[in-house]
Write a protein that binds this ligand. Structure first.
Ligand code: COA
Length: 234
């Protein structure tokens, strides 16, 4: 199992997100993006270079298609989704991986939550990597970038629901989540936590709730809801 020792290197490399400004290599796109070239080492000849960068609004369509591919319709039924829906992810903690042709090949986001006793934490997910390049280390690169940035921004703890054998390598375990509950059905052995600051989850208990800012309501949403209510009442 890999643990905090490995995380230290992740933080070092992910700090490059704030400083490097490589240009996208996609024809017609000239806007520079902040990002971290993955793998961080000089790529060997023939090795694909992936850019991990902050997500932008133009990534949303491709991100949703990737999530549909990786999780299918069931993703909307997950209890984690109850903590995310209608809310914005934590500032600066949505990441996109883009291949050399500008295709979105990976995504991960972090969300504000609070424990039942009011401890703040981040909820990680969904994490997804394009099936064509799974197993090449990109999932790890995305988690390293996300955790490193979260720590640099001063966040104390990260929670998630996922496969313990995968997330244990980043230091996640069920040790700190034993007295915590998701606000709906969840598998206890998959509910994991990681302290970025020692003690951030000590004594944490109760049911998680979403605490992130709400998504702005589309301009016409109020009219649509009102019209729908009138139809229902008629
Ligand atoms: C899970 C996922 C994000 C991992 O990304 P990835 O880029 O394929 O993973 P990495 O290359 O960083 O790591 C590969 C290693 O993780 C292991 N691994 C991958 N998924 C795993 C899982 N669900 N459980 C346990 N180990 C897993 C691989 O066996 C491999 O092990 P090794 O390093 O000992 O060879 C990716 O497979 C994916 O998108 N899957 C579909 C969506 C999903 O399940 N998301 C996570 C929700 S918990």
């Amino acid at each position: 199992m890999r643990g905090r020792g490995n995380l230290g290197r992740f933080i070092e490399s992910s700090s490059a997100i704030a400083h490097k400004t490589p240009s996208t290599r996609t024809a017609g796109r000239t806007r520079p993006v902040r990002g971290l070239i993955f793998p961080a080492e000089r790529p060997e000849e023939g090795l694909a270079v992936i850019l991990i960068r902050h997500e932008t609004a133009s990534d949303i369509g491709a991100r949703e298609r990737l999530l549909d591919t990786c999780f299918g319709e069931s993703r909307y039924a997950k209890t984690s989704q109850r903590l995310r829906e209608g809310r914005l992810p934590a500032d600066g903690l949505s990441f996109t991986a883009e291949d050399a042709d500008g295709h979105l090949v990976g995504t991960v986001r972090l969300w504000h939550v609070a424990t039942g006793c009011g401890r703040p934490a981040l909820l990680l997910g969904p994490l997804a990597v394009d099936p064509s390049i799974q197993g090449c280390g990109l999932g790890s690169g995305l988690i390293q970038a996300a955790l490193g940035r979260a720590e640099a921004l001063g966040h104390g703890a990260v929670l998630l629901v996922g496969d313990a054998p995968y997330y244990a390598r980043f230091g996640f375990s069920g040790e700190k989540t034993a007295s915590l509950y998701m606000p709906g059905p969840f598998e206890r052995e998959r509910f994991l936590g990681l302290e970025l600051k020692t003690g951030a989850l000590s004594g944490a208990r109760g049911v998680l709730r979403g605490t992130g800012a709400f998504e702005p309501i589309p301009v016409h949403a109020g009219e649509i809801v009102a019209a729908d209510a009138r139809r229902q009442a008629a």
